[in-house]
Design a protein around this ligand. Structure first.
Ligand code: GTP
Ligand code: SPV
Ligand code: MN
Length: 608
C-alpha cells in the first residue's frame, strides 16, 4: 500500500486490488472530486444517502403509509430517456462496431472524454460501487465497478444489481477482472455554487470500449444512461464477452409457466423497449389452472449447457419498469411489488397526499395532481401527468410470484423463445417459426414502432433484431452469425421452439385486435400446446398461426373469427413487408449468415 500514501483519499480504501486502486486514483485525479466514498451497500448507508438526496431536493420522500421507504425523483426535462444518437461503440476497427452503432476511433474518443471528465466531479462526492451482474456464486462471476458522482445512481444501483462489501471482498480475494464503468453527471459545483435538483449536462456521451471492456458515461442521470450495470454492461459489453466466450446476452424476460397438469416450462421473450417485457414477465393469467412465475423482466444471459440445452439466467436484481400502463387491472403483480415500498420513482406525477400516480395506474383519474414537471395538473390539462417514459425502480425479490429458480446461478432450461414488437398491421398476434433457423430469421427481421424509452420520434417502424438494435456491442452481422453458429452447440431435440408475437395489432376500426396483458396467457397456452403437439395451426408463408378455435377464449368476449382476424397474413401487407425486409438485409453488406439468406429466399418463394 506504500504508494497509496501519496493520495490521502485512497488511504482508507477497503481493498488491496491493485488494478482497482490504480483506476480509482486515476479517475480521482482526472475528475477532482471533494471526497471519495466506497459504497458498502448497507441499509445505514442507503438511509444516509437518501436523507441527503431529500435534503438536496433530488428525492421527495413519499407517504410512508402508502409507499414505505420510497422516493420520487424528477429529472431535467431534457434527460428523460436513453440517448441513442450519443451512444458509441468505440472498437479498434470501425468495421467491428457495424452499421447499427455510432463509432469513433478509441484514441480520439478517449481524448474527448478526458476533456469532458477533467474536473467534472469538483464539489461532489465520488462514489465507488462494486457490483456483480448475475450471481456472486456463478461459475465465472461478471464483476464491475461503477464510479459515479450521483447519489441517485448509487441508490438505484443498490436496487438494480448486487452491490457492496460482499462483492468487493470477492473481487479482492480472487483478484478478479472487473469492468470499469465511469459515470459523471458533468455538473461540477464551484465553491459557493448552489446545486440543482437534477444535475446533468446538455452534452451527453454514452461510450463503450469493447476490447478494453470499459464504459464512460457523461452528462445524463437517466437509468439506461447512468445505471451502468444495466444496458451498458449487461447488454453492450456483455454481448461482446458473450461473442468471445460462446454465450448470448439478450434483451429478454424469463418466465416460468405451470400447466394444469403441473408440467413446468420456461419461456424467454425479446421485445424492444416499452413493448411489454415487464408486463409479460409478471403476467397474471386469466385462464384457469395456468400459473406464471417470473425470473426476469429485461435482460437474459443464455448459454448451451452440457447436454446441449439452452439455459437462461437474469443478471439483474431489480425492476426498472415503465410506469404508465402499469395498473391494478393490467399488472397487479407489479403493483403489489411496488406497494411494498423500497422503490424510487422517476418522472411520475404526485398525488396531493404524497403518493405517486401515472396514466393507467388506477381506473379513476385523480382530480388534482402535481405533474412530472412540478406543475398543477387536472384531467383538463391535456398533457399526460407522468412522463411517458417515467419509471419505477423496485427490488425484484418484492415480487410475490418470483420463481425460486431466480436464485439459482445455473439458470433454467428454455422451452420456447418469443420475439415480439409493436406493429399496428401486418404481423399476426402469434406465428410459430417453421424451425430454429426460421426462428432466428424472425428475430433478425423483428420490427417495432419506436417508443418514448429512447429520445427521438415515437411511432416510427424500424427493424430491431432480437430487440437488440440499441444494445448490440459489435457488428450486427457478426451478432446474427453468432446466433447461427452457437446453434452447433445445441442438442437438436432440446432446442426451444421460436414464436413471433404482436400484442399491438389493430383492427380496421383502430382498436387493439387482442386484449393483451393477462390474456396473453392464452397465447402462451397455445404455444405450449404446440410444443406438446396438441394445438391446431394453419401453415402460412411466414409460419404457423393458430386456427380460430385453437386459442382458449373461455371467459373472454371475443370470437374465433376475431382471432382469425388477429392472425391474418395479408398478401398485400406482406408484399410491402418483404420489400422492407430485403432493404434491411441489404444494409448488412454481405456479412449475413448463409442460413438467414436461405430463409429470406424461402419466404420470398412461399409468398410467391
Ligand atoms: P423496457 O423496460 O423499456 O424494456 O420495456 P418493456 O418491454 O418491459 O415494456 P413494458 O412491459 O413496461 O410495457 C410498455 C408499455 O406497453 C406499457 O405502457 C404497457 O402498459 C404496454 N403493454 C404491455 N403489454 C401490453 C399488452 O399486452 N397489450 C397492450 N395493448 N399494451 C401492453
Ligand atoms: C429500455 O429502454 O429498454 C429499458 C430502460 O429497459 S433503460 O434501462 O433506461 O434502458
Ligand atoms: Mn429494456
Amino acid at each position: 500500500m506504500g504508494d497509496l500514501a501519496r493520495l490521502p483519499l485512497l488511504e482508507k480504501a477497503p481493498t488491496t486490488h491493485a488494478r482497482l486502486l490504480a483506476w480509482v486514483e486515476e479517475v480521482a485525479e482526472l475528475t477532482q472530486p471533494d471526497r471519495i466514498h466506497w459504497v458498502d451497500g448497507s441499509e445505514a448507508e442507503n438511509k444516509k444517502l437518501t436523507d441527503e438526496l431529500v435534503a438536496a431536493g433530488t428525492l421527495k420522500r413519499l407517504n410512508p403509509e402508502t409507499f414505505p421507504n420510497s422516493f420520487a425523483a424528477f429529472s431535467d426535462p431534457a434527460d428523460v430517456a436513453r440517448v441513442e444518437e450519443q451512444t458509441f461503440i468505440c472498437s479498434e476497427n470501425e468495421r467491428d462496431a457495424g452499421f447499427t452503432n455510432n463509432w469513433m476511433a478509441p484514441a480520439e474518443m478517449k481524448q474527448k472524454l478526458r476533456g469532458l471528465f477533467a474536473g467534472s466531479m469538483r464539489g461532489r462526492t465520488m462514489y465507488v460501487i462494486p457490483f456483480v451482474m448475475g450471481h456472486l456464486d456463478a461459475e465465472d462471476p461478471k464483476f464491475g465497478v461503477e464510479i459515479t458522482d450521483s447519489a441517485y445512481v448509487v441508490a438505484s444501483m443498490r436496487i438494480m444489481a448486487r452491490i457492496g462489501t460482499d462483492v468487493l471482498d470477492r473481487i479482492t480475494q480472487t483478484d478478479a477482472f472487473f469492468v470499469p464503468a465511469l459515470h459523471s453527471l458533468g455538473a461540477p459545483l464551484e465553491a459557493g455554487q448552489a446545486d440543482v435538483a437534477w444535475p446533468c449536462n446538455t452534452d451527453k456521451w454514452i461510450v463503450h470500449f469493447p476490447e478494453e471492456r470499459s464504459i464512460w458515461s457523461f452528462g445524463s442521470g437517466y437509468g439506461g444512461n447512468a445505471l451502468l450495470g444495466k444496458k451498458c454492461y449487461a447488454l453492450r459489453i456483455a454481448s461482446v464477452m458473450a461473442r468471445d466466450e460462446g454465450w448470448l446476452a439478450e434483451h429478454m424476460l424469463i418466465l416460468k409457466l405451470t400447466s394444469p397438469e403441473q408440467k413446468t416450462y420456461y419461456v424467454s421473450a425479446a421485445f424492444p423497449s416499452a413493448c411489454g417485457k415487464t408486463n409479460l414477465a409478471l403476467l397474471d393469467p386469466t385462464i384457469k389452472g395456468w400459473k406464471v412465475e417470473t425470473l426476469g423482466d429485461d435482460i437474459t444471459w443464455m448459454r448451451f449447457g452440457k447436454e446441449g440445452e439452452l439455459r437462461a439466467v437474469n443478471p439483474e436484481a431489480g425492476l426498472f419498469g415503465v410506469a404508465p400502463g402499469t395498473g391494478w387491472g393490467t399488472n397487479p403483480n407489479a403493483m403489489r411489488a411496488i406497494a411494498k415500498g423500497n422503490s424510487i420513482f422517476t418522472n411520475v406525477a404526485m398525488t396531493d397526499d404524497d403518493g405517486v400516480w401515472w396514466e393507467g395506474m388506477t381506473e379513476e383519474t385523480p382530480a388534482h395532481l402535481t405533474d412530472w414537471r412540478g406543475n398543477d395538473w387536472t384531467p383538463e390539462s391535456g398533457a399526460p401527468a407522468a412522463h411517458p417514459n417515467s419509471r419505477f425502480c423496485t427490488p425484484i425479490d418484492q415480487i410475490d410470484m418470483l420463481a425460486e429458480e431466480y436464485f439459482s446461478p445455473e439458470g433454467v432450461e428454455l422451452s420456447a423463445i418469443l420475439f415480439g414488437g409493436r406493429r399496428k398491421t401486418t404481423i399476426p398476434l402469434v406465428t410459430e417459426a417453421r424451425d430454429w433457423s426460421n426462428g432466428i430469421f424472425m428475430g433478425s427481421t423483428l420490427s417495432s414502432e419506436t417508443t418514448a424509452a429512447a429520445a427521438g420520434a415515437v411511432g416510427v417502424v424500424r427493424r430491431d433484431p432480437m430487440a437488440m438494435l440499441p444494445f448490440i456491442g459489435y457488428d450486427a452481422g457478426d451478432y446474427l452469425n453468432h446466433w447461427v453458429n452457437l446453434s452447433a452447440k445445441a442438442n437438436p431435440e432440446r432446442l426451444p421452439k421460436i414464436f413471433l408475437v404482436n400484442w399491438f395489432r389493430r383492427t380496421a376500426e383502430g382498436a387493439f385486435a387482442w386484449p393483451g396483458f393477462g390474456d396473453n396467457a392464452r397465447v402462451l397456452k397455445w404455444a405450449i400446446e404446440r410444443l406438446e403437439g396438441k394445438a391446431e395451426a394453419v401453415e402460412t408463408p411466414i409460419g404457423f398461426v393458430p386456427t380460430g378455435a385453437s386459442i382458449d377464449l373461455e371467459g373472454l368476449d371475443m370470437t374465433p373469427a376475431q382471432v382469425e382476424d388477429a392472425v391474418r397474413v395479408d398478401p398485400a401487407e406482406w408484399e410491402t413487408e418483404l420489400a422492407s425486409i430485403e432493404e434491411w438485409y441489404a444494409k448488412f453488406g454481405g456479412s449475413l449468415p448463409a442460413a438467414l439468406l436461405a430463409e429470406l429466399d424461402g419466404l420470398k418463394s412461399r409468398l410467391g
